[in-house]
Design a protein around this ligand. Structure first.
Ligand SMILES: *[C@@H]1O[C@H](CO)[C@@H](O)[C@H](O)[C@H]1NC(C)=O
Ligand SMILES: *[C@@H]1O[C@H](CO)[C@@H](O)[C@H](O)[C@H]1NC(C)=O
Ligand SMILES: *[C@@H]1O[C@H](CO)[C@@H](O)[C@H](O)[C@H]1NC(C)=O
Ligand SMILES: *[C@@H]1O[C@H](CO)[C@@H](O)[C@H](O)[C@H]1NC(C)=O
Length: 214
């Protein structure tokens, strides 16, 4: 009896320790890389370079228009998640729209309230360079009845993010990540965007990273 209770206590302690390890989502570091936004139907919405400042919570994502498809969108987004503001930039036209972000969810970082799902070994982890261990986290998407699932490396680099909503679902993949900001200027508001008023958000509209592709 005593042994059984001891064992049970020990198991509970172990479970708590293991749960604690995953209790808080990690946060991604400063990064430069490439990002693809693809619908679950297979339509490429955007592919291009991104720059992310993890402390300042700033993201720049510019789609690369050199190989456009008939579903791709030309986007140039500069998002300030702490301020809840973003810019839609048109560099060719030197014009800009400044808008409010109603939802700060984005594919490069795990929200603080995300729930841990699992740790999975992809490929063959016993062969050097043939395997990668990923942690997945999930949560609900504000403003929709959807869910997200984000897969990150043990060093918290985002690998892929899924957004599942009633109307549309997306896969967002990142590649060629470097753990630094290579061009800090990309995170500055361009001169032609400065001093703009924040545009009114029409009733019922939600602005967020993924809403830009819906
Ligand atoms: C990330 O980039 C920002 C902006 O360039 C910089 O202030 C910060 O120190 C960087 N953080 C790390 C850990 O390098
Ligand atoms: C767009 O992609 C092409 C190659 O496909 C590359 O040469 C070019 O530098 C890219 N442009 C930007 C702005 O990333
Ligand atoms: C996009 O192009 C494909 C063929 O390349 C075509 O089948 C499809 O209908 C096109 N879609 C639109 C929305 O034009
Ligand atoms: C430039 O901006 C104007 C208004 O903001 C827009 O009507 C026009 O289509 C844009 N031109 C290009 C080439 O994007």
């Amino acid at each position: 009896m005593y042994a059984a209770v001891t064992l049970l206590v020990f198991m509970c302690l172990t479970a708590t320790t293991r749960a604690d390890h995953h209790h808080h989502p990690c946060h991604s570091p400063n990064m430069t890389g490439f990002m693809s936004v693809i619908t679950i139907k297979g339509d490429v919405k955007a592919y291009g370079a991104f720059t992310y400042d993890s402390m300042g919570k700033k993201l720049r994502f510019r789609s690369n228009e050199s190989n456009p498809t008939n579903t791709s969108l030309a986007v140039d987004l500069l998002m300030f998640f702490d301020e809840g503001i973003f810019y839609e930039i048109d560099s060719k036209n030197q014009s800009c729209e400044k808008k409010k972000l109603q939802c700060t969810l984005h594919p490069l970082d795990i929200p603080d309230d995300a729930k841990f799902m699992s740790t999975l070994n992809f490929g063959n982890p016993s062969i050097e360079g043939e395997g990668v261990k990923l942690n997945s986290w999930t949560g609900s998407m504000p403003g929709t009845k959807g869910k997200y699932v984000i897969y990150v490396t043990t060093g918290c680099l985002p690998v892929s993010t899924f957004y599942f909503t009633e109307s549309m679902s997306f896969f967002i993949g990142t590649t060629e990540i470097e753990n630094e900001i290579k061009d800090p200027e990309l995170l500055l508001v361009p001169s032609f965007c400065q001093g703009l008023p924040v545009e009114d958000t029409p009733e019922g509209t939600v602005n967020s990273f993924f809403h830009e592709f819906m």
